[in-house]
Design a protein around this ligand. Structure first.
Ligand SMILES: NC(=O)c1ccc[n+]([C@@H]2O[C@H](COP(=O)([O-])OP(=O)(O)OC[C@H]3O[C@@H](n4cnc5c(N)ncnc54)[C@H](OP(=O)(O)O)[C@@H]3O)[C@@H](O)[C@H]2O)c1
Length: 317
């Protein structure tokens, strides 16, 4: 990947031009299907798949949406095309994001803006540090998943609508975040630009750090964490996270950390967390992106975090 110190070209506008969506998973397909109805996009997916995408909406209706799609290797190798994307949405899992970007970088203009959608806090600082162009981060509460294949199965289920916050870590690209949020909004993905994306990312990290590893480890839906058997562990984890957030200077949510996390447990009671889905499907989990930054912050600030450490060890085993 190019280093940040290299000279950069002017940032291409994002109000027109085509977006490249990298990763045809749950969120990549949701973004692609939503955007493709109004805007030019190309979806890069590694698996062979037919257009249209079958998208089941939260109201149960299934839409079939034509989406231009290519394999990443074919797109990267096509030196005849002069079409350059004005934004790249990196919609892979956290552990795949850097490699996916590296493979495409030779065909991208150096100042191409990126939009990272990963949970956790791994790709955001790493790619912001290394990429020469603007790096926007999204913190989204949209929920989508890929159901097991079957004759009646859609490609992607949009389980719940949410809010997508967009900004860059240094708050240097608010105008760009505004125009990207506007286009997502027009495509039906409610998005808001923000100047404090790090806070949004760390709030979601706190929620995910409690719900994901515990539900994955015990193979239970989110709502199980409200049962008395899990309460001491949930409360101890929240207390550790609260101390770490304070030391990191992350402002607490207005209702407090415990109420924030309990609220999500209640609101998503029947959901299987993404980490549980990954464990059940035998896929790598995002535990490093979700637990890693908290464990590292606890060490940096010399704070005891035995529950987080135990989850980290179990998830890394
Ligand atoms: N799903 C949600 O509701 C949701 C909500 C908020 C945030 N997020 C975040 O969004 C990110 C994506 O989540 P997801 O649920 O969409 O995951 P997912 O369903 O596992 O999709 C990830 C996709 O990335 C593809 N991929 C990996 N490396 C690639 C590469 N080098 N080039 C092109 N494609 C590549 C994978 O391809 P293969 O299929 O070939 O492996 C897979 O299709 C995660 O970081 C997650 O934390 C998701």
């Amino acid at each position: 990947m190019r280093s940040r110190s290299r000279a950069t070209r002017a940032v291409p506008p994002t109000d027109d031009g085509s977006w490249l969506i990298v990763g045809a998973g749950a969120l990549g397909q949701l973004f692609a299907a939503s955007l493709a109805r109004r805007f030019p996009i190309v979806l890069l997916g590694r698996q062979a798949a037919e257009s249209p995408i079958h998208l089941r909406r939260p109201d149960g209706e299934t839409l079939r949406i034509a989406v231009p799609r290519q394999r990443p290797a074919a797109w990267a190798a096509d030196r005849t095309s002069t079409a350059v994307p004005t934004l790249v949405v990196l919609a892979t899992k956290s552990h795949d994001a850097m490699a996916a970007l590296d493979a495409l970088a030779p065909r991208l203009a150096p100042a191409t803006p990126l939009l990272l959608v990963q949970n956790g806090f791994r790709t955001q600082p790493a790619i912001s540090e290394r990429w020469a162009g603007p790096v926007l981060c999204a913190s989204t509460t949209e929920a989508a998943y890929r159901p097991p294949p079957g004759p009646q199965s859609p490609d992607v289920v949009h389980a719940a609508t949410g809010t997508t916050w967009i900004g860059d870590l240094a708050d240097h690209h608010f105008a760009l975040a505004t125009s990207v949020a506007r286009r997502l909004d027009q495509a039906g993905i409610a998005a808001t630009p923000c100047r404090d994306i790090r806070r949004h990312l760390w709030h979601k990290l706190a929620v995910n750090a409690v719900i994901n590893p515990l539900t994955a480890c015990h193979r239970v839906p989110n709502g199980a964490l409200a049962r008395p058997a899990f309460r001491p562990r949930v409360t101890a984890l929240v207390a550790e996270i609260e101390r770490i957030m304070h030391a990191e200077g992350v402002a607490p949510p207005p209702q407090g950390w415990q109420a924030l996390i309990d609220g999500v447990i209640q609101a998503t009671a029947s959901n299987h967390s993404s980490m549980l889905q990954d464990v059940l499907a035998n896929r790598p989990t995002e535990h490093d992106a979700i637990l890693g930054p908290l464990v590292e912050a606890s060490l940096r600030h010399r704070l005891d975090a035995p529950e987080l450490q135990a989850l980290w060890r179990a998830a890394s085993a």
